[in-house]
Design a protein. Structure first.
Length: 225
């Protein structure tokens, strides 16, 4: 991939940072962007790993859909997630980044518990297939604008370092979502797993909302080079 035009111009002028990671944390505004972005990214990771990352285990172990059928369900659900990516991308171009994120956060909050109820309940294959697809569309679809969400946080000189540091910081906690769900359910897996998993998704969505609310869109602020 070619370098961005803005970065290439700065590089020619000798104005790029020799140690962009140090510059990221040294500057107050970029340090704030990292902290707020990491809060949001933790929410993205929690909600993703409690759904798309956990379903391959939930379906055969607790949902009664055994392999290879469970893999077919995941394939359909991931296509639904992709449709969510495209949908929120189109929305963000038309109504703005924040509004499109809030719409999907509401969708995720509405469908979270009902879809897990179907997936983990005594329902048939088709119902679980539809529930898995709706869950991933509404909860993980918000990932479609994640590159833009992260890139707009930082000026050109530290953008790549800022995006990389923020993205990976979110997974330090967020990637443990399935473990958290199982620990919260304890020995009463069949009684509490629905609520523990759904609750982690809700926490993730709230963190995304907080991170979104505390940041400005590119249209609201001039991004410095």
């Amino acid at each position: 991939m070619p370098e961005s035009v803005l970065w290439a111009d700065l590089h020619k002028q000798g104005k790029t940072e020799r140690n962009p990671l140090r510059a990221l944390f040294k500057n107050r505004s970029t340090r704030y962007a990292y902290i707020i972005g990491s809060i949001g990214m933790t929410g993205y990771a929690l909600s993703y790993w409690a759904t798309a990352g956990f379903l391959p285990t939930l379906l055969p172990a607790y949902g009664g859909i055994k392999p290879p059928v469970s893999l077919y369900v995941m394939m359909v659900a991931l296509v639904a997630s992709l449709i969510g990516y495209l949908t929120i991308g189109a929305l963000s171009d038309s109504i703005g980044l924040k509004k499109s994120i809030y719409i999907f956060l509401i969708l995720g909050g509405v469908f979270d518990i009902p879809m897990f109820y179907v997936i983990l309940g005594s329902f048939g294959f088709l119902a679980k297939l539809v529930a898995s697809a709706v869950l991933l569309f509404s909860v993980t679809g918000v990932w479609g604008i994640l590159p833009r969400y992260l890139a707009e946080r930082y000026p050109t000189k530290v953008r790549d370092s800022g995006v990389g540091a923020t993205f990976n910081s979110g997974f330090i906690i967020g990637a443990w979502a399935p473990v958290f769900a199982l620990l919260l359910a304890g020995s009463n897996i069949h009684g509490l797993l629905l609520w523990s998993t759904a609750s982690i998704v809700i926490i993730g969505l709230i963190l995304i909302g907080v991170g979104t609310y505390l940041t400005k869109e590119a249209e609201e602020v001039d991004l410095p080079q």
